[in-house]
Ligand binder design. Sequence first.
Ligand code: HEC
Length: 173
Amino acid sequence: MKTLLPILKTAMLLTLLSIITTAYAGPGHKDAGMGGGGHMDHMNDVLKTLKNELGDKYNHPVPAATEEQLVLGKTIFMKSCVACHGESGKGNGPASAAFKQKPADFTDPDHSKFYSDQGRMHIIRKGVKNTPMSGWGSVLDEKEILSVHAYIRSLRSNKNEENQKHGHSDHKH
Ligand code: HEC
């Protein structure tokens, strides 16, 4: 009988520990889909793939948008992207309700800085594996990809938005 008590104590301690660790992991983080890894793991994986595929180009700057790109980009967005990404780009389009992995919020300045501009253009070209985001490289040409990227970048709500919209001193065209 004497050996039972320590075993029971250990068992209780373990239960307690697992309750604490689950609470810490937070709801929805552990089972965010994508076969085990959470949302951040997924984004870091995507980031690695982008950097692998683009090499140095990943960090090349993308010039400020021209008015022409914004107009063309908006037309493409309203036609091809709005169902998932939503009219305002918040990722709440009608189709997105069915997804486990929600489309990104283009207006969130922190999130939209996670990938570089080149990285995001590459996502538009190639899509993101195992998510509803498919590649558009066979549908849109490079000018169209640049334009729709310029448009979604203009949805970002930050103080520099005006600069991006109207170009600044280094604008060469
Ligand atoms: C069928 C739904 C769907 C359509 C249509 C769609 N997307 Fe997406 N998109 C997604 C989802 C879901 C994600 C999130 C992918 C992930 O979890 O990595 C995403 C992610 C992205 C990202 C990465 C954003 C980030 O910073 O995390 C970009 C850029 C993007 N989409 C652009 C576009 C553009 C431009 C179009 C139209 C040409 C488009 N998408 C059409 C569902 C869609």
